[in-house]
Design a protein around this ligand. Structure first.
Ligand code: GTP
Ligand code: MG
Length: 356
């Protein structure tokens, strides 16, 4: 009797690199490492049944292929889904464009999809090839080669998987602005008292501090103004230097472009913010021209420090002066637009203004 060829199982490939100096320095582990590790672990937990030795070996090889490829495909799908679901609102899309290179999300999704397609094609080709083989000794070699190709496809999209995860985290770090809900955006120069006012008007408790750019990203609170739910959005300060705007200022302006129901423009006549009143009025004029379709309520805050005779509503987040009046004006404005009173709802032919 000829000596039996020892049955060779494909070795489970090692996906954990040895601890290199980079790894010791806590360099991030590429996503492909954990994806492939999960895939190969899953593939090697199979038990194959069959009528004979060859049959069983073939079945085992087939299961190794199908299981490992399926796990990888599931991870790639999940990576795309977590970055793109729920579908980005127009504002979210703008915010992502501001924080990431232009077109980065679309590019990464496309590349990961292409990798998925190539992996599916590879799986079919390897399954066909396996069907043509008859020697169990060759099965293991085929699986090993297929694993190698699979690994290289996944490694190729490592940068995209990293990017998709970053976009997913970025989206989670921003408040969920509901497109159908009336939205009040509080905006103005830095350090004028926007966050203090948002805290007075809504459930939000944003950080308040006596220096500019305390608020670096939009935040949302809710209020009811006696009726329905309203979103109150706190924004980073804007200096109005269109070409030199930092990313926080551009985030604030993107929020205004998202078509809120009403803007509350906060001016600080005391100039304790550090910015001239005249410059604050210039930005207000610019925005009025830029957003003619959005109602803007102008308020002068820090009324406990300084007041003017401009005729604008004077408020103070310290003493609460004017807050009740501001609420009443907001309520009247929203009611006039039939957005607040739940019983009336939008009238026929009227499309509610909202952040979409
Ligand atoms: N006296 C007085 N101080 C106020 C009032 N409102 C805000 N402040 C102070 O002004 C400073 C800035 O307030 P914030 O609410 O953080 O201002 P902001 O516009 O959100 O600032 P950024 O997020 O940096 O743009 C803080 O020291 C507040 O305590 C007010 O009505 N009266
Ligand atoms: Mg603030």
């Amino acid at each position: 009797m000829p000596p039996r060829t020892p049955r060779r199982r494909p070795e489970r490939p090692r996906t954990h690199t040895r601890r290199t100096s980079a790894a010791r320095n806590d360099a991030p582990v590429p996503p492909s490492v954990s994806i492939l590790d999960a895939a190969f672990r899953r593939a090697h937990r199979v038990s194959a049944h069959g009528t004979g030795r060859v049959d069983r070996a073939r079945r085992r090889a087939e299961l190794h292929l199908v299981r490992s490829f399926t796990v990888v495909l599931r991870h790639l799908r999940q990576a795309q889904r977590s970055a793109t679901t729920p579908a980005l609102t127009r504002l979210e899309h703008e915010l992502v464009q501001l924080r990431f290179p232009a077109g980065a999300l679309e590019r990464s999704v496309r590349r990961v999809r292409t990798a998925e397609d190539r992996i599916r094609v590879l799986l079919r080709a390897e399954e066909r090839e396996l069907g043509r083989l008859s020697d169990p000794a060759e099965f293991a070699g085929l699986v090993r080669r297929a694993y190698g190709r699979l690994a290289s496809f996944v490694r190729e999209v490592d940068p995209d998987l990293v990017r998709l995860e970053a976009i997913h985290r970025f989206r989670r770090s921003r408040p969920e602005l509901r497109p159908g809900e009336p939205t009040i955006v509080v905006a103005g120069f830095p350090n004028v008292g926007k966050s203090s006012l948002v805290a007075r008007l809504s459930s939000a408790r944003p950080e308040v501090a006596g220096y500019p750019f305390t608020t670096r990203a939009i935040a949302v609170g809710h209020t009811d103004l006696g009726f329905d739910r309203l979103q109150v959005v706190d924004t980073p300060g804007v200096l109005g230097r269109a070409e030199r705007a930092n990313v926080a200022e551009r985030e604030a302006e993107a929020t205004l472009r998202s078509h809120p129901t009403v803007i509350v423009y906060v001016l600080d006549p005391s100039e304790t913010s550090g910015y001239p009143f005249a410059d604050q009025e210039t930005l207000l004029r610019r925005w009025r021209a830029e957003f003619p379709e959005i109602p803007i309520i102008e308020v002068e805050t820090k009324g406990d420090l300084r007041r003017t005779d401009s005729g604008r509503l004077t408020i103070s987040s310290k003493t609460e002066e004017g807050i009740r009046e501001l609420r009443a004006r907001l309520e009247a404005l929203l009611k006039a637009r039939r957005l607040v009173d739940a019983s009336s709802g939008p009238s026929e032919g009227e499309t509610p203004n909202h952040t979409a």
